[in-house]
Design a binder for this molecule. Structure first.
Ligand SMILES: [Zn+2]
Length: 557
């Protein structure tokens, strides 16, 4: 996932509205505000980098220095924006100012997620917690419990556990690993009582959504359809998957394993130390040299590290004299075990990083576009790792496409299921989440009902950012469209294509927050978005008796 720069409490303190004379260097008050905007975001980036725990100092400043600088720069920016709000602006300047305000609102909203006070998982039990505090407390549960799942006498983090569920051969051990999530699930959803922490939170989320719109409404708006259309597409996709899959019902702890013969057949080829070099080589072959783009990778384990992988701006891009200084990205992730699942995630995060690096626009737009678009684009390169052509070139061995794509789309269908789950929970927040999840997963993924366990609660986003999963579930529709259109235009890119980065930068990436998903996709495709490209990909993993057997046994090598 990508996240906006995490800000601290002092962000909200800046309320100064006094007008200020334009800086003498800037051509206009709007240009001055835009430079202040970049300066401020750079300070926020410095704070977030040090707070992530990777470094104590960045560009000769410690955390307190960056925080002080961010506060000062926020004041300057506040004054600059106050001044332009009183002047009559040309249409393009007015749009630029609006874009800056939107970026700043997103930062501030992110702050309410983080909570003014540091929350612990215990705080989730407090019935006086507000929406922001409760979400922050639930996210802490993922750190406190999710980073320390007890399994076979040792400790495993949640991300690694999900990866292991694809590869552990013995059903009883998979069941034991699945059960290792119980303390986390209990922290989030108690015994599924109507006022469990999650169920209180989703009621607040629905109330918030009715006032301000949900992530799902935002995604619908971003592609110019109704929320009801999204539900229809999600169901259509899940039905296509069901039709392409074996008839047998499977246990939830077996679902990933049975769909991921490819992960196991390639496991020996993807040790942890192979991830980064394969990733770098692939992007270099796509014309996006991660070293030259100066992407910072933070991949070493640390006890209090973020429970999920993310990518953020480290520094915004700007013109320095006549030179363009590219934006810089940093990638945070932890991959102790290697494997296809981790590889896919690393290539996805690096997709965010090259997106950041490609943004080349006026300062007001030096930010992420719609989250839906951002997540969908990052999968354009990451889906390639499931293609035999990619595997042959970067791993030296490949599995058949049907087997490999089943592994990809088995996981994508969980995302689609979570998107549908959140859509339905936000529409009817009093519903029993275990029942909603069981209905979806038994109907479309043919997973044996277990209404007694909230096994839907495997993703941090469900607690920290309710509705966010639509960006993955629906994002798959956009990803399939972007991949198909790119191949039509410049040829295959799964095994590299030096035109890839430049072609996509010009058409999709360089605009930053200036353009919305709908216009980007319309211009790329020359028609409205449709789920057909994704449905065609799902068809490629139809069970044919090869690759994955009815019971998911591996094909002979
Ligand atoms: Zn992402």
């Amino acid at each position: 996932m990508k996240i906006p720069a995490r800000s601290a409490a002092w962000l909200l303190l800046a309320t100064c509205t006094t007008a200020l004379a334009a800086s003498p260097q800037a051509a206009s008050p709007v240009a001055a505000a835009e430079i202040a905007f970049l300066d401020y975001l750079d300070a926020v980036g410095g704070v977030a980098f040090i707070e992530s725990g990777k470094v104590d100092r960045f560009e000769d400043r410690n955390l307190a220095d960056w925080q002080r600088l961010a506060q000062e720069r926020r004041d300057v920016l506040g004054k600059g924006l106050a001044e332009v709000s009183t002047s009559k602006l040309a249409a393009d300047d007015a749009r630029a100012v609006e874009a800056m305000r939107k970026s700043l609102e997103a930062l501030a909203a992110d702050e309410t997620t983080a909570g003014v006070r540091e929350q612990t998982c215990k705080d989730a039990a407090r019935h006086d917690a507000d929406f922001g505090a409760l979400r922050a407390a639930l996210v802490s549960c993922y750190v406190e419990f999710g980073n320390r799942l007890q399994f076979e006498g040792g400790v495993v983090d949640r991300g690694s556990a999900l990866q292991l569920l694809h590869v552990i051969p013995e059903p009883a051990r998979r069941k034991a690993l699945f059960d290792a999530f119980v303390p986390l699930w209990t922290a989030l959803n108690g015994r599924n009582e109507a006022d469990s922490a999650y169920r209180r939170m989703i009621v607040m989320a629905a109330a918030d959504a009715s006032e301000r719109g949900s992530e799902i409404d935002a995604a619908a708006r971003a592609i110019g359809v109704e929320t009801g259309d999204i539900e229809r597409w999600l169901v259509q996709i899940l039905e296509a998957w069901r039709d392409a899959s074996p008839d047998e019902m499977v246990e939830p702890w077996d679902y990933r394993y049975l769909n991921s013969a490819a992960n196991r057949q390639l496991e020996a080829k993807i040790p942890a130390q192979a991830l980064l070099p394969a990733n770098e080589r692939f992007y270099r072959d796509l014309g996006a040299d991660l070293g030259k783009l100066a992407v910072v990778f933070d991949l070493e384990p640390r006890p209090d590290k973020s429970p999920l992988a993310y990518t953020d701006f480290l520094r915004r891009g700007r013109a320095v004299g006549s030179q363009w200084q590219r934006p810089r990205a940093r990638v945070v992730g932890t991959y102790p075990t290697g494997g296809l699942y981790s590889l896919n995630e690393l290539v996805h995060e690096s997709g965010h990083a090259v997106h950041v690096s490609a943004i080349h626009t006026r300062p007001a737009y030096m930010d992420w576009p719609d989250t839906l678009f951002v997540e969908a684009f990052a999968d354009v390169p990451s889906w390639s790792v499931y293609e035999p052509a990619w595997q042959r070139r970067y791993l030296g061995a490949a599995v058949p496409a049907a087997t490999s794509l089943r592994s990809l789309f088995g996981d994508v269908m969980l995302d689609v299921s979570w998107a549908l789950f959140e859509l339905r929970m936000l529409r009817n927040p009093g519903a029993d989440p275990n029942a909603v999840w069981t209905d979806i997963t038994s109907r479309y993924l043919r997973i044996v009902p277990h209404t007694e366990v909230p096994w839907w609660a495997m993703r941090v986003q469900l607690a920290g950012n309710p509705g966010y999963m639509v960006n993955y579930g629906l994002g798959a529709v956009l990803t399939a469209e972007m991949r198909a259109r790119t191949v039509d235009a410049i040829g295959a890119f799964d095994a590299g294509n030096p035109r890839w980065y430049g072609w996509l930068s010009d058409r999709l990436l360089k605009f930053g927050s200036e353009r919305d998903t709908r216009s980007l996709m319309q211009d790329l495709l020359g028609r409205p978005l449709s789920p057909d490209a994704l449905l065609r990909q799902i068809e490629r993993c139809r069970v044919s008796g090869l690759g994955v057997g009815a019971r998911g046994q591996d094909a002979p090598p």
